[in-house]
Design a protein around this ligand. Structure first.
Ligand SMILES: Nc1ncnc2c1ncn2[C@@H]1O[C@H](COP(=O)(O)OP(=O)(O)OP(=O)(O)O)[C@@H](O)[C@H]1O
Length: 191
């Protein structure tokens, strides 16, 4: 099995690398499932994060700044806060559950990212744990402050290689990872 977790400082390029690897795997006819959480900006200001199903492109809100959440009709009295954002639990859990349940032989589970927001939604956290347990192969990004013991233990049990991305190594990392996939992933699966 191939299990890779990319970590590093905010804004260093983790999402960019993961999505390039997802595209590469797809171009090689590998099925990739899971989700990613892109930021959304309006007028230069970050207003929140979406959660997007990688395989089916279903999407919803993961988190919003309170004023946007109110503007969109959410009742923020019932929403959990994390930092500057309120979590849109119901939507995030629904999209996440659907995105993570598609397990199949020799498919790759991709998640960007496993971090405080995603893990603050208990239902989503449970789905993430279950998906990691059940997956054949794993490609994720980890928030640098990810301290969830259950998830760390699980990643360790899968011999996950943790790669720290920096602005010094990020340009060569895509090619290194592609070589790694060629050597470890493609050689290990029946095609
Ligand atoms: N190799 C690279 N060279 C130059 N710019 C890059 C590179 N990789 C990513 N970027 C740029 O850096 C910015 C942040 O990238 P990205 O969102 O992938 O980082 P991140 O580590 O996932 O951030 P966050 O921690 O906020 O999720 C983007 O504007 C992206 O285009």
């Amino acid at each position: 099995m191939v299990a890779i977790a990319i970590t590093g400082e905010p804004g260093v390029g983790k999402t960019t690398l993961l999505l390039k690897l997802v595209e590469y795997l797809r171009s090689m006819n590998v099925t990739v499932y899971g989700f990613y959480c892109p930021e959304v900006r309006e007028g230069g200001k970050r207003i929140g994060f979406r959660i997007v199903d990688i395989a089916k492109n279903n999407q919803g809100w993961l988190a919003l700044i309170p004023e946007k959440a109110i503007e969109m009709g959410y009742d923020i009295a019932f929403l959990k806060r994390i930092g500057r954002y309120v979590l849109i639990n119901y939507e995030a859990e629904k999209v996440g559950r659907e995105a993570l349940k598609m397990q199949c032989k020799n498919c790759v589970l991709a998640i960007d990212e496993i971090g405080p927001m995603e893990l603050s939604i208990e239902g989503l956290r449970r789905e993430i744990i279950q998906a990691i347990k059940n997956c054949d192969h794993l490609l994720i990004t980890l928030h640098r402050n990810m301290r969830d013991r259950d998830i760390l233990k699980l990643l360790q049990s899968k011999n996950t290689e943790i790669i720290t991305l920096t602005k010094f190594n990020r340009d060569k990392m895509f090619n290194e990872m592609v070589n790694k996939l060629k050597n470890e992933f493609f050689k290990s699966i029946d095609r």
